[in-house]
Design a protein around this ligand. Structure first.
Ligand SMILES: [Cu+2]
Length: 135
């Protein structure tokens, strides 16, 4: 690579970074499609980069309602024993009625492991959960 080409590459990278930094609030870096089938998330395990904003489009193919709730163990416990009838007000938390699709956009702010689950009665224990690794 010539010096000139290398310099152009650096300039383009700087432009890309600037564009990312100026992205409007709520703009996702990527879209991930999740299907709910037989009370399971498909896929159920995810890996994302720290700081990335992901738009989840969740399609519920079951004849019953479900939830897609992102959070740490404490948040999952709160939902499991909580009383919120439906979700949608907070990023990363949605209810998906039978046979419909819904979406939510979530920013993974720090490295660690999060969980995703459905807490309608019996669903979490049945195995309606997954893990999110943030690197
Ligand atoms: Cu469910």
């Amino acid at each position: 690579m010539t010096l000139r080409a290398a310099a152009a590459g650096v300039a383009l990278s700087a432009l890309a970074l600037a564009a990312a930094a100026c992205a409007p609030a709520g703009a996702a870096d990527r879209t991930v499609e999740v299907t709910i089938r037989h009370s399971r998330f498909v896929p159920a395990d995810f890996t994302f980069t720290e700081g990335s904003t992901v738009r989840f489009v969740v399609r519920n193919t079951d004849p019953i309602d479900h939830e897609f709730l992102i959070g740490d163990q404490a948040a999952q416990d709160a939902h499991e024993y909580g009383t919120e009838p439906s979700h949608g007000a907070r990023p990363g938390e949605i209810s998906i009625s039978a046979g419909t699709s819904s979406e939510t956009t979530f920013t993974f702010g720090q490295v660690g492991t999060l969980l995703v689950g459905c807490h309608l009665p019996g669903h979490w224990d049945y195995g309606m959960r997954g893990s999110i690794e943030v690197r």
